[in-house]
Design a binder for this molecule. Structure first.
Ligand SMILES: [Zn+2]
Ligand SMILES: [Zn+2]
Length: 181
């Protein structure tokens, strides 16, 4: 199997974690992991090892790389599908649904762990997760537009009011009162 990113180097057996084997590229440090192995590992040791509790500061995520170009699966050469990890990061995991294997660029495994996704990576591949990420991206860009108009300070205050209103049982009446001109 060749590296889908660097093209020519061969992938070699490597370990992402104790008990979690994958095929890695020595050049770009990316890994190709079988979700079958992954699920087995996550069930067996992931939760027990407490990887859910990995502190974000212990993990170096600055080095996380991100491939934007479409990549072919190293196994079956079909184009892999990209799944954005979170709205706060531009990184995308590549999945070959045909082989049920995923490609992670250098640092993306650490990134997943720092986001408490170490034991539940396949969540990222769900439609529900992707919808949520898209929604957050839209919300964040909307917020930025208003920050540009009104400034960060005003928007921070407005966010507090918004959170407060969201919790109030009579929010409809409050909004009615606020919109009075
Ligand atoms: Zn490579
Ligand atoms: Zn494949």
């Amino acid at each position: 199997m060749k590296c889908p990113k660097c093209k020519s180097p061969d992938l070699h057996p490597t370990k992402m974690e104790q008990g979690l084997s994958a095929m890695g590229c020595n050049e770009c440090q990316g890994v190709f992991v079988s979700l079958l192995y992954y699920r087995d590992w996550a069930e067996r040791s992931g939760i027990a090892a407490g990887i859910e509790n990995v502190q974000a500061e212990e993990v170096k995520v600055e080095g996380a790389e991100n491939t934007h170009a479409a990549m072919g699966c190293p196994k079956c050469s079909r184009i892999m599908t990209k799944y954005r990890i979170s709205s706060g990061h531009d990184n995308r995991l590549d999945l070959c649904a045909n082989c049920d294997e995923a490609w992670l660029d250098r640092g993306e495994w650490s990134l997943l762990k720092s986001l408490n996704l170490g034991a539940k990576m396949p969540t990222v591949f769900t439609e529900q997760w992707q919808r949520q990420v898209r929604q957050q991206v839209t919300e964040e860009s909307r917020r930025q537009r208003f920050v540009g108009m009104l400034g960060e300070e005003t928007i921070t205050e407005a966010d507090k009011v918004r959170q407060w209103i969201a919790k109030e049982p009579k929010r409809a009446e409050i909004l009615q009162y606020l919109s009075y001109e």
